[in-house]
Design a binder for this molecule. Sequence first.
Ligand code: F6P
Length: 336
Amino acid sequence: MEAGRTRLSDHLSQQLDADQSIHRDLGKLILDIATAVQEIAILTSQGALAGVLGNLASQNVQGETQKKLDVLSDEILIQTFRSGNLVAGIASEENDEPIANKNGGPFLCLFDPLDGSSNIDVNVSVGTIFSIQHAPKDRSPQLADYLQPGRKQIAAGYAVYGPSTMLVLSIGRGTHGFTLDASSGEFILTHPNIQIPADTSEFAINASNERFWEAPVARYISECKKGKTDVRSRDFNMRWIASMVADVHRILMRGGIFMYPKDTKDLSKPGRLRLMYEANPMSFVVEQAGGLGSTGRQRILDLKPESIHQRVPVVLGSRNEVERVEQYHREHDSTN
Ligand code: F6P
């Protein structure tokens, strides 16, 4: 180990037990993900020079137009997992059905290869989100095997492709952040034991959806906006990057609340964000940093998943603020 610099591999050796094969495999898998993230980081940083911007003619299972970089990032991750024997099954935002790996392995990996893709073409931060679960032993995974509640994740994390590339992850022992040192190709531990402040004066929500919000969300945001002149007795600031990874990363760095709540914009959708590869891994990372992840009515990590591409309302970040939003939902539901 280089003096004063803890590499991702050093950190994993410290956190994992080398005598247990599942721990050794988890360490290897996280290093494989870090290598894939570096490849995606190179593509995103080259942008137009690599000819990777713009749309494809295809749509994903969500009916969203696929960006070239969505598909390229998906291929990089799938190739990484399929060429090894650590991941028995893969589920991704870009694929209708999970993909089995003939080599088998002790884990399932669910991911959003490039989150916030509306930002790709305008050179604003995007990210990769991943969730790691146990695979069934001695048989290939079935759809039901992926539908585990988020609290059962073994590890989860994200990469943010911003001014610097960072990997933030948790294996259930706190949340730690690593910055890519492009000169050595190593992720270096720069943000150990991230702690989200319990209180905040910053909220993130797409305010253009205000007329579709439920009453408890409208109440919370209205009180934040009234600031000092109202019940909150302090002024709030608003931020919305429209990349969940980048918005949640800011919250991990300095606190805040992120909301993509249930709304009435499209009644066929109970929320915008996907449970298995967005809400669950981000809630895991946030809770390991002392925050909370909720639908407004229930803890996200306790939800019983119904389908791979299921959407859920998301309220996460500073604990006291998320609890306040939950309280407003309880008060509303008890009188309606
Ligand atoms: O994956 C969905 C996503 O791109 C998130 O990263 C982001 O928070 C959200 O959608 C942005 O939504 P909107 O386009 O409504 O601002």
